[in-house]
Design a protein around this ligand. Structure first.
Ligand code: COI
Length: 444
């Protein structure tokens, strides 16, 4: 293997067991008996470690009672968790078929991860607040460097989907994205706690003071998320977006929100905004394109159960074509992907995600820039320079990953020829661990 070959290909060649022929030829030339298998690598050692999942409640509890010792505890948790979680995903990528490994987008992602793994695993134990500040600089740099991961993966999957079975592709993307959310959550939470701890307003052990939202935030977690407010905000933003996309002559559907208004629960708002934004965007697009001048309303019902908040989004946009249904949750074969494969130039009108609209404004103050960047970084649309019209077509499967991440669920009920009912279930107690295991698009 030449040094110029992508790291991933070199890595894979180095993990292959020796065949009898290579063994014999090596014996002839170097006359020492090679081991039957390669020696354990640094990566192997990290892959042996299990990730330690955490719940919203634990993250909140930790952040509320912050002291030097707890902040250093959080730093060392993140210091070990990040390289562990990355190592597992690197190993997954190493098992991909060669045709996928050589794809430039996939190997770019691999190399990003490998370099992050190398940097993070070398950080020594964090013993002082100064060590922690240096660690946060490294973490923030990684958060920035990885902004291109999702669009790169989405493009890579599109390109390799002919070469490898779609369930294998989907399984890989699912676990990469889920793991990415998990790493960004713990990394961003730790950086936010560190920032709040250094703030002059900090009154230990009171709740962390979020720079923007007072003491209702603990790091990135908003303790008083209200489903109705989030749906209303998303509806307003999507209406603006639709107005720009379709022009002022087209009538837009009204979003009617009913049900429980005063439920408050701890959540990371950008996760919920992502999901609701995607559901509403799909509903707007289908309704406008089916009904023209008199679009029926999109109805959102919010219900409260003992452990969950359930949000149903119902539209009359005509439902999903029978042929698109089996691939609804697929990253490699979704309906949007199929369309784009057929005509890569054709771009749907209502394409931007909510997060595309939150591209940080370079003229804003550093503080505001940081806050926007943090929220934006959670999101799908974080390809610097991506045109907001370029829809990657992975909004629905990505939304399900966000929903399941904190032990929720997302289901689509298709009323063919009439419309769609989307059911989003959110765990409202915050006591469920993050879901790190993966599912394939074949699972119901
Ligand atoms: C990612 O965004 O993909 C990451 O893994 C970020 C992490 C290294 C802080």
């Amino acid at each position: 293997m030449k040094a110029s070959q992508p790291l991933l290909c070199r890595a894979v060649s180095s993990i292959r067991p020796m065949t009898r022929t290579t063994w014999m030829s090596k014996r002839r030339s170097i006359s020492i008996v090679p081991p039957p298998w390669r020696p354990a690598s640094v990566l192997d050692k990290w892959v042996e470690r299990e990730a330690r999942p955490i719940s919203l409640r634990q993250l909140t509890f930790f952040g509320r009672l912050l002291t030097d010792t707890r902040l250093l505890g959080s730093a060392n948790y993140v210091r070990l968790e990040l390289p562990t979680r990355i190592a597992h995903r690197l190993r997954d990528m190493q098992t991909l078929p060669y045709a996928a490994l050589v794809n430039p987008h996939i190997s770019h992602v691999y190399e990003l991860y490998y370099s992050a793994f190398e940097k993070l695993r070398k950080v020594p134990e964090i013993k002082t607040l100064e060590d922690n500040d240096r660690f946060c600089d490294v973490v923030r740099e990684q958060l920035r460097d990885h902004l291109s991961v999702i669009p790169r993966l989405a493009m890579g999957v599109l390109e390799i989907s002919e070469a490898i079975p779609s369930d294998q592709c989907d399984k890989l993307v699912n676990s990469l994205l889920r793991s990415r959310i998990s790493r960004r959550v713990i990394a961003e939470q730790h950086c936010a706690l560190t920032k709040a701890y250094h703030s002059p307003d900090h009154l230990p052990p009171a709740a962390k003071l979020h720079p923007e939202h007072g003491d209702e935030f603990v790091g990135e977690i908003f303790l008083r998320c209200n489903a109705k407010e989030i749906v209303q905000d998303c509806a307003d933003t999507i209406s603006d977006l639709a107005r720009q996309a379709y022009g002022s002559d087209v009538a837009l559907p009204e979003v009617v929100i009913q049900g429980a208004e005063d439920i408050f629960f701890p959540y990371i708002p950008s996760h919920l905004e992502y999901i609701i934004g995607e559901l509403l965007r799909n509903s707007f697009q289908a309704t406008v394109e089916r009904h023209g001048h008199k679009p029926p309303p999109i109805e959102v019902l919010i219900c409260e159960a003992a452990q969950h908040v359930i949000i149903r989004v119902s539209d009359q946009g005509g439902g999903i074509d029978r042929e698109g249904l089996p691939n609804l949750w697929s990253f490699s074969k979704g309906p949007e992907r199929n369309r784009r494969l057929r005509n890569l130039e054709q771009v749907p009108k209502l394409a931007a995600t909510l997060q595309d609209l939150k591209v940080p404004d370079s003229e804003s103050s550093d503080e505001l820039h940081d806050q926007r960047q943090t929220r934006f970084d959670h999101s799908l649309g974080s390809l610097s320079g991506r045109h907001p019209d370029l829809r990657l077509g992975i909004g629905l499967p990505m939304s399900r990953i966000f929903a399941e991440y904190w032990a929720g669920s997302l289901e689509i009920h298709n009323l063919e020829g009439y419309g769609v009912d989307a059911f989003l279930q959110i765990s409202k107690l915050g006591n469920k661990n993050e879901t790190l295991s993966t599912r394939t698009s074949m699972d119901a």
